[in-house]
Design a binder for this molecule. Structure first.
Ligand SMILES: [Zn+2]
Length: 473
């Protein structure tokens, strides 16, 4: 038997149970901070595998840490299991919700979590058999979509003693990108005015909605004077009731994003000044509620190169005629040119353009340019070296956060991608557990990049996870 055989053997033997677990979570489709059943099923699975589980960590009922083993290195894996509102979808290639308007796994987090859990269990199986030292951790992290889970877990010091951490995300291609993500703040501004009859005696009213509108005008003028790569977007979550009542309350929810944490802080401070100005102009008052904030992902070349080598060792999935037919049908739902534009933007090699589902491994990309989005994996990467990759669990050309992703995440295309990801996580974890050089390389690179810039939680003291802000379904 060679190194890795026990880990891979564990995944082979347990693949049916892993698929069942992932399908259950897909079926629950619980949104952020409400993933109680998804977390409980994972915890039960891990306990049965001999892991010690701490439930409800960092003030979140659906957050947990599972740990096995002794001594160093401490190798961490990340898992998510939150769904997205409104993306309920059957496992068919045309839009057809299980229940219209209900949540669905439109980002494939049912696969994400189970592959992380499987990577941890498989690594444990190999270490246990060989008697090698090392601690394996799996972090059940809720509410990634709202950038809550790992940020509050980080604030509680949960990642502090990791030597290294491995993560992945379901996607349309097998690729290791060294790219960063945007740092971000999620914040709600609530204005308070005075109600009055909007026609009878408007002069007695003070409109909270006016304040929201003026704040948004201010924010839109602000755009000229911030760095080009920053992003500001908002929705009005409360705009009043009826036009004949001057709204006494109104609320706007903002996301502020930029490539670096310090840039987000700077723009966020200016935005708060704009809110002050809007309140002054309208004789209203306001309060600010920071819901979450996160760091940009700090790439780690050493870990990402290791993940790329391991991905090549594991090899890509091949797809059956049935799966390709599913993809062909799903392609009809994509606007013309969308797939090609996406592939060009991600610098995919020419052979990928003719594939329906990715069956190759894309070249390693060391370009660190951030994508537009944000993830709370960013916070973990500033606390411990963190490597990431994407595995093909869906159809090339699929939009992110879509019914198409939800459909693929509940059937064989998603399952196969998940098992491939589990193998990569387990084997890369084994390399780190048995080769101290790999760990020190990753840690040296990380130490160099975080020198003079230690992680400081973006969450001000006294703020707890936004359990009171849960959407109603
Ligand atoms: Zn996601």
């Amino acid at each position: 038997m060679k190194a890795g055989d026990s880990a891979l053997g564990w995944i082979e033997r347990n693949s049916a149970a892993l698929i069942e677990l992932s399908d259950k979570i897909w079926d629950y489709a619980e949104v952020g901070l409400q993933e109680l059943r998804s977390a409980a099923d994972q915890e039960q699975f891990l306990r049965a595998q001999g892991f010690e589980v701490r439930s409800g960590v960092a003030g979140m009922p659906s957050a947990f840490v599972a740990s096995w083993g002794k001594g160093r290195p401490v190798v961490g894996f990340l898992g998510e299991y939150d769904s997205l509102p409104g993306l309920s979808q059957k496992t068919v290639p045309v839009k057809d919700p299980v229940q219209a308007g209900k949540p669905g796994h439109g980002c494939g987090h049912n696969l994400l979590g189970v592959a992380g859990l499987a990577g941890a269990c498989a690594l444990k199986a190999e270490l246990e058999l060989s008697g090698l030292p090392g601690t394996v951790r799996y972090h059940g992290s809720p509410a990634e979509e709202t950038l809550v889970g790992k940020v509050f877990m980080a604030k509680d010091g949960i990642f502090d003693d990791l030597d290294v951490c491995l993560d992945w995300h379901p996607g349309a291609a097998n690729v290791v990108r060294n790219g960063s993500s945007n740092a971000m703040n999620s914040v709600k501004f609530t204005f308070h005015g005075r109600t009055a009859h909007a026609a009878g005696d408007p002069h007695h009213g003070r409109s909270a909605l006016d304040a929201v509108e003026l704040m948004n005008v201010g924010a839109n003028y602000l755009r000229e004077h911030i760095i080009e790569k920053a992003r500001i977007h908002y929705v009005i979550t409360d705009g009043g009731g009826e036009p004949n009542v001057v709204p006494a309350h109104a609320q706007v929810w903002y996301y502020v994003r930029a490539p670096e944490r310090a840039q987000v802080e700077e723009i966020y401070a200016w935005l708060r000044d704009i809110a002050k100005g809007a309140a002054l102009m309208t004789q209203t008052t306001f309060d600010v509620r920071l819901l979450a904030g996160c760091y940009n992902y700090l790439p780690n070349q050493s870990l990402n190169r290791l993940l790329h080598r391991t991905m090549e060792q594991v090899g890509p999935n091949k797809w059956t005629e049935e799966e390709l037919e599913f993809a062909r049908k799903m392609n009809e739902s994509f606007p013309a040119g969308q797939k090609e534009a996406g592939l060009r933007a991600s610098k995919a090699p020419p052979e990928v353009f003719s594939q329906l589902i990715n069956d190759t491994i894309l070249p390693y990309r060391d370009d660190e340019t951030p994508g537009g989005g944000s993830t709370d994996v960013g916070d973990v990467s500033w606390i411990t070296p963190t490597g990431r990759f994407a595995a093909a669990t869906g159809v090339l050309g699929q939009p992110g956060h879509s019914w198409q992703v939800a459909a693929c995440s509940g059937m064989s295309i998603g399952h196969k991608g998940m098992l491939m990801a589990a193998k990569i996580l387990a084997l890369a974890g084994l390399e780190l557990a048995t080769n101290p050089e790999e760990v020190s390389k990753a840690r040296e690179e990380w130490a160099g990049r975080t020198k003079d810039r230690p992680y400081k939680t973006p969450i001000p003291e006294g703020i707890t996870p936004p359990l009171d802000q849960l959407p109603k379904h």
